[in-house]
Design a protein around this ligand. Structure first.
Ligand SMILES: [Zn+2]
Length: 403
């Protein structure tokens, strides 16, 4: 068998295309395969599908293909433009590549499989391609899959912001709590963010009116946005964020008290952690601090009691929270009182958890995936790239890759 026949079969090249020659350069670690079509061949119009159009002229093109063992492989062909009697002069489509791509479909499929498993920069290094060229193809596949994504039937959504760069909270993620996938990545966080999500949901066959439950933090932006754009949704305030509020109050008490009690310095972590997560030494330290009748110790006990709320049976939850509220508001600890008032203002949404049991835990999981990918890639150069990667690793997209 001649090498041209072997490559024709291996590449799945069909008439009128033929493999005319191959050049292998071991020093340059490179294989070049040349394709062509016989003079007088007829092609299909890419616009109207009319078969049998004659070639009008052609343009030389090159596509990067899957490696041939450890050698880079390239296809070359002159791609004809046809003269269609209805559409005029059009460039024909080739079976092995998308229009305007410098890669074959199989090379693109390989890259897309790789970027789902490792940072784009690592993939670029491994396949020895420019970053910008790979991003262009990633965006193509992600955007096409996003356009096709079906969000009909979405009824339960969690949203939260996530840091896209150290210290910057630039994107908000909207997650389908039933199918556990990212539905929408929004820039920033304000009431308009929820509106943008509602519009995107509609564009994907979903219905903002049908969203019955949302899980969010207590930020006014999200509360207002939900009321405006998801009018039938009941709010559950995310447990983690509510407990965090009480934790911050404990730390507020500690910071004020450490001015007169030096032993409290550097003890922030002790009060924030839950007792089972402390080391032997930390537990002993916490024990001696708690025993010394400090305000911080009192605030800490109020925090532990608050966490016990979530262990109550549903029917006694409100009674428990009322008692807690009385205790907290009579603590004479201003940060704790402020936190308790905040709890009061968000009363129904906090108690709604006993009915829905929904939380943003999945968000933390997605966020850690994103953070891990970013840490390895030393950040994504643009918000657009970050969004694409989030959709890719957490959007459960159907990428429709060639096999
Ligand atoms: Zn045509």
């Amino acid at each position: 068998m001649r090498d041209t026949d072997l490559f024709r079969m291996a590449l799945g090249i069909a008439p009128p295309w033929v493999v005319t020659k191959s050049e292998f350069d071991a020093t340059a670690k490179r294989l070049d395969i040349h394709l062509d079509f016989a003079k007088g061949s007829r092609f299909t119009c890419p616009q109207c599908g009319l078969a049998g159009c004659p070639a009008y002229d052609s343009e030389e093109k090159t596509w990067r293909h899957l490696n041939f063992f450890q050698h880079e492989a390239y296809l070359h062909a002159r791609v004809p433009r046809v003269s269609c009697k209805d559409c005029g002069i059009k460039q024909v489509s080739v079976a092995w590549a998308r229009p305007d791509s410098g890669f074959t479909l199989l090379f693109e499929a390989l890259v897309m499989a790789m970027v789902q498993a490792m940072p784009e920069a690592v993939v670029a290094r491994m396949v020895r391609e420019w970053d910008t060229r790979l991003w262009r193809l990633i965006h193509h596949y992600v955007e096409a899959a996003r356009d096709r994504a079906d969000h009909a039937g979405v009824t339960s959504v969690a949203f939260d912001e996530t840091a896209s760069r150290r210290g910057h909270n630039d994107v908000s993620l909207f997650v389908d709590l039933v199918r556990r996938r990212v539905l929408f990545v929004a820039e920033g966080k304000d009431a308009g963010t929820v509106d943008a999500f509602a519009k995107d949901l509609t564009a994907h066959g979903g219905n903002p009116q049908a969203v019955a439950e949302v899980c969010i933090d207590m930020s006014p932006a999200f509360i207002t946005g939900t009321a405006q754009s998801l009018p039938n949704a009941q709010i559950t305030f995310d447990k983690f964020h509510v407990v965090k509020l009480i934790n911050e109050a404990v730390d507020g008490v500690r910071r004020a008290e450490q001015k007169t009690h030096a032993e409290l310095k550097n003890s922030r972590y002790l009060w924030l952690k839950n007792p089972p997560n402390l080391s032997e030494r930390q537990r002993a330290q916490l024990h001696s601090l708690s025993a010394s009748n400090l305000k911080t110790g009192r605030a800490y006990r109020i925090r532990l009691a608050f966490q016990e709320l979530y262990l109550q049976p549903a029917q006694s939850a409100e009674g428990f929270l009322k008692k807690w509220y009385w205790w907290a508001t009579h603590s004479r600890l201003p940060p704790v009182i402020a936190a308790a008032r905040m709890v009061k203002r968000h009363w129904n949404g906090i108690l709604r958890w006993f009915l829905t049991k929904i939380a943003n835990g999945i968000m933390e999981a997605i966020n850690s995936l994103v953070q891990a990918a970013k840490a390895k890639a030393r950040g994504y150069r643009s918000l657009r790239n970050l969004k694409a990667i989030i959709y890719l690793i957490a959007g459960k997209l159907e990428l429709a890759l060639p096999m």
